[in-house]
Design a protein around this ligand. Sequence first.
Ligand code: ADP
Ligand code: ZN
Ligand code: ZN
Length: 678
Amino acid sequence: MTTGAGGYAEIVVDLPVGQPLTYRIGDPGEAVSPGACCVVQLGRREVAGLCVGRSEAAAVAEDRIRPVKRWLGEIAPLDAHWLAFSRFAAEYYQHPWGQVAVAALPPFLRTPPGPRWASSLKRLRGAIAAGPVRTPASAAAPELNAEQRTAVDAISSQEGFATVLLHGVTGSGKTEVYLTAIERLLARDPQAQALLLVPEIGLTPQLQARLHARFAGRSIVCLHSALPAAERSAAWLAAHEGRAPIVLGTRLAVFASLPRLRLLVVDEEHDTSYKAGDGVRYSARDLAVKRAQMLGVPVVLGSATPALESWAQAVQGRYRLLRLPRRATEAAQPQVEMIDLRQHKSASGLTEPLRTALEQTVARGEQALVFINRRGYAPVVACAACGWLSACPKCAVFAAFHKTDGALHCHHCGWHSRVPRACPTCGNQNLDAVGHGTQRLEETLAAALPGARILRIDRDSTRRRGAADAALAAVHAGDTDVLVGTQMIAKGHDFQRVSLVGVVNADAQLVSHDFRATERLFATVTEVAGRAGRSGLPSRVLVQTRYPEHPLFAALRRFDYEGFARGQLAEREAAGMPPFVPQALLTAQAKSLDAALAFVGHARALGRGLREPATLYDPVPMPLARLAGVFRAQMLVEAPRRGQLQAFLRDWLARLRERDAPAGPRVRWQIEVDPQEI
Ligand code: ADP
Ligand code: ZN
Ligand code: ZN
């Protein structure tokens, strides 16, 4: 043990090191506090570091301890709450603290500063300090209805921590509730900050416009991964320095530094994009709840179809349930009907009843929306002579045919190649495109509705920056009669003249191996149905299915989320599945399936005999067993209670990291806590 003048700093970095590293504080000594950002030397590299603690003594010999290379004193330290919160997230999701905390910092704090750092910092501050360029006339808020008022009052009068689950049908005025609650907060406490999380910002330009109009003159900053580095850094800094009272962001914004955070809102809290991405797979919704709890402030989760995890909490009384059962405007809910695919033949995706309804809608000068959750022209190309099917050479999936460029595309790894002129196996020149995606449906609709203006919106049609905005604007402007697309057209858009929604090919999700598929289908169809009749036009939703008697459709027809959730939760409880049993998923990737399975088997053996009772299931290939040339295996882990699962994972992963792989080929592995796809 040694002591040195000025003491030592415990530093975390964005690398897989288990414990914080010890550095000498050096200058400016006393001024340094936990939460301070810095640059440290690690081996030959200079990396971004974050101070998480100070000590007067070090456990390592003095001559082996390096000084911190540079303290970024120009940036105020992150506060104690933020450090504790990032630490919680790291422990919960079983990752080193630095890989959560430093990884959550904005681009300009993650790279060692160059010679012009001071001036670029000034520019970043200026970008937001100048205030938003747009200051439209302040939009008058509609007068809230009784249910909305009850909700706003409940949120605004909440002292301390509470989770409010705002269950409101689409168009019931949930957003209005969030905005009013934020407004009241800022009226009460002008220094306060609010965080509003949304699944995807690019798809909801309307919400941004609404916020800017409502809070004209105040800085509203956006935080999401698609922002250019400088904009994201400027936004982060404005939040960190308290200059932005409102932060609108996607999942990563849950880690924004907000020293005066008083209210958190998670819109569309069921959305799967809150738990996605590479690196640490955290649930931004769950973390928002935890962050609110640590701060002692309210958090609002809003949805028309809450995640069953959230619903179960509300049913058990841990979340406060508030309902908005009606649409806020005069508009009635659409009429939902099923079209039985066993009675009505579908020609290239379209049945006669749906075609007729489309025709009538267009003739009335109204708009229709046709939803299909598959892009491309056809999911596979087949040879009728020998049975050849177009497959991705690198993944265990079919390659889809895109007519726009005449190529086969793998939607998982991006591989693409021209469609062969003849069957590669038998030489047959008549290959068939089997099934349908957005492109084929677009073609079918054009043929079925001559003269109608058809617009396709999917990932392929909106690759160019601004393309999605332009396409959506065309719909709003009435330049489109029929809109065909994927999930992208289902989210939150307030289309005014849509009076018909067609859902094509919903069945794939009904027969999925994933136990959450039904829940997701219910949410998706509800969401897309919510686009219909928003301005008061009588409206219909037509769902083509082979299983019209499925209970899911009966519930959908009545907009009975609660009945649906009750049934699902009963099934989950009986089967011992989440949310009643916590899970984690170990995944491994290797050059061969055997190697991946062997590693998972090795991990399983290491887990035996640990003190906490956990169930380790059999190692199995992942549903997508080969991705981009890499083979993948997985194993599900369960324990009766969350605390037990956490304790088990901690001990087990420590062993696994120590005795990484048995001799043999290299294997990469990850652990995911609360996996959403199994
Ligand atoms: P949600 O977020 O639940 O989908 P929104 O808040 O976007 O609902 O409201 C849907 C529509 O209803 C919007 O056009 C909104 O301006 C309008 N609206 C919301 N609340 C009211 C109200 N109390 N009176 C009139 N219109 C309202
Ligand atoms: Zn063939
Ligand atoms: Zn592929």
